[in-house]
Design a protein around this ligand. Structure first.
Ligand code: ATP
Length: 368
């Protein structure tokens, strides 16, 4: 029907959606490059489904514009858009077998050569051999694949996925994440995937938009938003962060100087989003090392002293809590290499990190 290479980028410009007095999506602008895997990530109620529904045409923006390439699709009916949606509930036809579920869109459009197209789609989602089964005779993961094949057979230019893996158990979810990524690469169309699971978004997407309260907090490649979060919200939403409340006193020699709890820390200026006033000094738990004494801190590292208050063995790493002299608790994830014995609760330790692994964020007055 349509050629994915003709689709163009998906663009939302200043899109707002109000339900009565409530603003669900607030002046949101973003561009999804054609052929990319894009994830909208956020907690329940942040507006990600509403955003997706406006792209699908199931909701009309109160203000703003949705474009696909050079076409304004803001007010097109859902069926007029080259867009398909896969929902968490799959919405398969229970009385039809797998073949007929996938063939449905083609039959409705009176397209011939149904068999070869359906077979190609079922091979793509690795369900060949299941054609005669009804949805009730399939596992959750298999039903999900049927839903995917049924959407893709219409050759949409954009595929929208609304928590499509939400009903699967953890192991199957992980498998399907890798599958979805493979399928997207193979078909080459734009995927927009809504999820509240940060690991899912990071595993699959080329670009992740982190949403909160109807707005985008940060948009970037997974490694970028994880390594260099823009706000305390993003730092906490994506994995765990140690955020120390401090004051920045400007730049010196390419570093931003942060005072926190009577200590001074220098952070390379490119890793600082604020260089004056109230800030957070952030370090990820896996970027912290623990040594017994200050003398063992690697050259060039920064450090704080503390006492281990908790230690949990979680296979690949041991996760420690370290209470610092000023009462803050730091999370430290130390890889279990097998060589070193775990440190005991109650041990006095020094937590250290390389300045290149720290980041500085703006802090609202009184926050932290
Ligand atoms: P979830 O992960 O729980 O689906 P979400 O981030 O997708 O959450 P939305 O479904 O987009 O969130 O909803 C955003 C906000 O808009 C919520 O507070 C929700 O209650 C509200 N909302 C959504 N649809 C409507 C509606 N039709 N009428 C009134 N309020 C709505």
């Amino acid at each position: 029907m349509t050629n994915p290479s003709e689709a163009g980028d998906l663009r939302l410009s200043h899109v707002t959606k109000r339900f009565g007095p409530f603003t669900a999506v607030d002046d949101l602008s973003l561009t999804v490059p054609q052929g990319s895997f894009f994830a909208l990530l956020g907690a329940s109620g942040c507006g990600k489904t509403t955003t997706l529904r406006m792209v699908a045409g199931l909701e009309e923006p109160t203000t703003g514009e949705v474009r696909l390439g050079d076409r304004d699709i803001t007010r097109l009916r859902p069926y007029q858009r080259p867009v398909n949606t896969v929902f968490q509930s799959y919405a398969l036809f229970p009385h039809l077998d797998v073949f007929e579920n996938v063939a449905f869109g083609l039959r409705r459009r009176k397209i011939r050569e149904v068999r070869s197209q359906v077979e190609r789609m079922l091979a793509l989602v690795q369900l060949d051999g299941f054609t005669k089964r009804r949805p009730a005779e399939l596992s959750g993961g298999q039903q999900q694949r049927v839903a995917l094949a049924r959407a893709l057979i219409n050759h949409p230019q954009v595929l929208l996925l609304d928590e499509p893996l939400g009903a699967l158990d953890l192991k199957l979810r992980r498998q399907m994440q890798i599958e979805l990524k493979r399928i997207q690469t193979e078909v080459g169309i734009t995927f927009v995937h809504v999820t509240h699971d940060q690991e899912e978004a990071m595993t699959m997407a080329d670009t992740v938009a982190v949403m909160s309260a109807g707005k985008i907090e940060q948009l970037g490649r997974p490694a970028e938003i994880y390594e260099y979060p823009a706000t305390a919200f993003v730092a906490n939403f994506l994995g765990q962060s140690n955020l120390l409340a401090g004051e920045a006193a400007g730049q010196s020699g390419g570093d931003v100087l942060v005072s926190a709890y009577d200590q001074r820390f220098a952070v390379p200026a490119p890793r600082a989003r604020a260089d004056r006033g109230e800030v957070f000094l952030g370090v990820r738990p896996e970027k912290l090392g623990l040594v017994a004494g200050e003398a063992d801190v690697p050259a060039g590292h920064q450090s704080v002293r503390g006492v281990i208050t908790d230690s949990s063995y979680v296979g690949v790493s041991t996760q420690y809590l370290v209470r610092t002299g000023w009462g803050t608790e730091l999370a430290v994830f130390a890889p279990n290499s097998g060589a070193a014995a775990p440190l005991a609760v109650g041990s006095e330790v020094t937590a250290h990190w390389s300045p290149e692994h720290a980041f500085v964020l703006h802090r609202e007055p009184g926050e932290g």
